[in-house]
Design a protein around this ligand. Sequence first.
Ligand SMILES: [Zn+2]
Length: 353
Amino acid sequence: MCFMKLPRFFKRQASSSDDGFDAAGLGLNLGARTHHYQFAHWMLPQMGFQESGHMLVSLTRSDASEFLKSLWQSVGNELPRQERLSPDGLSCLIRKFDDYAIAIITLPKAFRVTEAYYTAFTFGPVSTVPKGQLHSLPMRYFALEVGFSMPGEPSRTVFSEWTREPSHINMGDGPKPEVEAFFTKICELIGKSADVATEAVVCNSCAATFPSTVFSQEEYTLLQDYLTYTEFNAELPMLLKVKSLYERHPELIIQLQSDLEKLLESTDPEIQDKIYSGIPFDEIEVPVDKLTLPEGLSKDDEEAIEYLRTATFALEPRLQFVSENRARLEPIVERNFVLCPTCKTGHLILNPQ
Ligand SMILES: [Zn+2]
């Protein structure tokens, strides 16, 4: 792992210890916890702006969660013992989007105003990076924060961006605190059409299609839940195959780097040319590595290896996330559906393009 210099700390005045700002005891969620706040709003963006290329490489490695946890601990080490929090739940997910790589960080549970549920780095577009200058990869940093709400009111989120200066730009109400919604919001913001812009709604019986804009928020949320559920349903067996493979062959954890990592770390001039001329990651062919695979792999193992070529994730947190959310969505999608207004028998399905 490459080592980045840790940014110097400044103590935030507005942070508080656990008894916080709610002196009147109204049950308000005020007063961000220092450890949580400094990690998400200070440490991560500062390090990213210092060395964006290194940050991307660190976050795309299979030990990304360990990397984040060590940073979390280094923030804690600067704080009085009673203010230190556990890194439970801290994890990272990498998405490729056009010639952007987007790293979404899930923070330990956030509940005080301004604490972040998620933050994200966007790296790219790669086409603007001069050859051999990966360290100057353009980067932006976004956060989805807990917004202020009175007890009993629906919770709110705030979408924000930290710039290099650093200044904090509050962009108003954010989407619900879920990975997909946050990801979509970021894609929209970086000026690319997210899936949402092109997706259509299709009937599973008569195949009639509808633009996604004609549905109520409630119907649309249900369609999204159904789509997420089917995606998790497909992903879960693959993750379990990977887990089984890794348990029997732990030496493969390091060897089976994803294509994205291989591309970014490649010293092959032909590949570098392609990356820096702005060809989307997905379209660059990754050289077959001289990996020697163990004998006696099953068909499931081969599928797992193929899957690992294109996916970058930290297995345990991803497995937990996918199983939990699959289980959460299952009863919802089993009981509810959006009826097709044309044939009045089919169910509508959101079609990701
Ligand atoms: Zn229909």
